[in-house]
Design a protein around this ligand. Sequence first.
Ligand code: GLU
Length: 480
Amino acid sequence: MKPVRTRFAPSPTGFLHVGGVRTALFAWLVAKQASGKFILRIEDTDKNREVAESEQHIMQSLKWLGIEWDEGPDKEGSYGPYKQSERLATYKQWAIKLIDSGRAYADPYTAEQMDAFRQEARDNKQPFLFRNHRPENPPIWDGSMPLRFKSDPKTYSWHDAVMGDLHTGPEVVDDFIIMKSDGYPTYNFAHIVDDYEMKITHVIRSQEFIASVPKFLNLYEALEIEHPILATVPFVMAPDGRKKLGKRDGAKDILDYKREGYLPEALINFMALLGWNDGTEQEIFTVEELIEKFDLARVQKSGAKFDDQRLLWMNGTYIRNLNIDRLIDEVKDFWPASAEVYDIEYKREVLRLVQDRLKFFAELPSLTTFFFEDLTVDTSLISNNKNLKDLPNDKLAELLTISQDKLSNTTFKADDLSQCLNDLLTATDSKPAVLFSVLRIATTQAPFSPGLAETLAVLGKERSLGRIKQQIETLHGALD
Ligand code: GLU
């Protein structure tokens, strides 16, 4: 058995999103599982579509996720260079081999001539096939014109590790450009040469290439090389399930997830389940489990729907299970500005309280600002609260005054506070939904907060009582 070698071969034409990275992840998992090698190859042969910084961005995204490559543009291996623009001499050699064996020819046609051929096919209600227009005496290829593969149309049956057994007729095999007039090869040609030269055993790629596979098979034959295992990963679909996920449907730059405070391991887990499962109901997988269990044969054939709520849930689950030291470290750039003057111990206490609610780190300010700065009283919090809105202000002020009094006599330790709050329910003859809501609003100026006793304990006596006083004054002010 040949050592397993898989590759991710992005074109540097923009940022990486979930769809692209998931293909990389599957290829990486296959390599890791077999203790093989994962190769990163930059397919930069289309200079018109190239986007500056894209290559760096791709590498940063993969690194952040932990999808490390064994060989690549910045990592030497035996089969480099790993950037197609640096391999032009290789493609030329293979192109010449095809010319010599009569399987490639210079394409002499102008754009107008090509249009006329296409129009003719339309007029005859026939599909356009270039091979019906092969020039009788093609010029010698000098690089100034495109070079075309001379196909040998036939039926094909092949096995795709995901899609199963596939069949096509000769009509889908046509002559195609292998070298462009700018000196660069086309994807259709270059990837075949590179996969062969780089000893790739599994070509794992997106569904958009599946229709081209018969052409590729024809080219493999002409080059007299065996094709690797082919595995077609279904599209990641937009949330409505109707079209391929695109920027407009919420496909974000992978590094945006980093900026918003997602954990790489949560994204890996989420992406692995876009079109794959292990046959059980299990949803949370460590990377090690994924490496052990991933199986191309269990990748579904149909598109996998992108569900950002599921990602949010999954990220929240990972955050909840994070140990507090790692969490402290992860959130260091996400605190509200007012947290800067507070010591790490206080922040740790705050974090412990909100850890369960935190779905991504950029939410941290909205969940914690009240721990760090005093906020002005927001009267709408009471008028929008269904348990409080019908109570008169003097009643609310009275509840707070009694609470203020009792709370000032506790140690402000969470246990004592719990006891005191329970006693207050009896003393004021209130329901928790009323008393605790008004206290919560007074001390946090937020509609939700962690447990009241724990929140008060972290805020401390002075601050909590000061805020209750301020709320009472506002309620009285409204009465005057
Ligand atoms: N360069 C192609 C792309 O970015 C790669 C396809 C493949 O994996 O062969 O879509």
